[in-house]
Design a protein around this ligand. Structure first.
Ligand code: ZN
Length: 101
């Protein structure tokens, strides 16, 4: 159980350095859908980053992480090829939706 959505928690998606969290709701919906499609828990390695933390990890300026539009995730036991196919099957991750925000 998550405190942000059905399966995701603040602690997974908040900035690793300061705990701030600004995450787009469609990203969260997409992560939930990805979890459903994969049938396996989604492990979040990185979610929201504040500007400072983004610089510390060498992220590009205006990174989608800073804007709350990206998360780095892993699906244990799922191949990269399969992950790619799953991501394409998630409408929230496709169609350039971040440009319309
Ligand atoms: Zn931070």
């Amino acid at each position: 159980m998550g405190d942000l959505s059905a399966h995701f928690s603040r602690s997974e998606l908040q900035c690793r350095c300061c705990g701030r969290l600004q995450i787009n709701s469609r990203l969260l919906d997409g992560l939930e859908r990805l979890r459903d499609l994969a049938g396996t828990p989604v492990v979040v390695h990185a979610g929201y980053r504040c500007e400072r933390h983004n610089q510390e990890v060498g992220g590009v300026p205006q990174s989608e992480h800073v804007r709350g539009l990206a998360a780095d995730v892993a699906l244990p036991g799922v191949s990269l090829q399969r992950m790619y196919e799953l991501a394409l099957a998630v409408p929230e991750f496709c169609g350039g939706w971040n440009r319309s925000l």
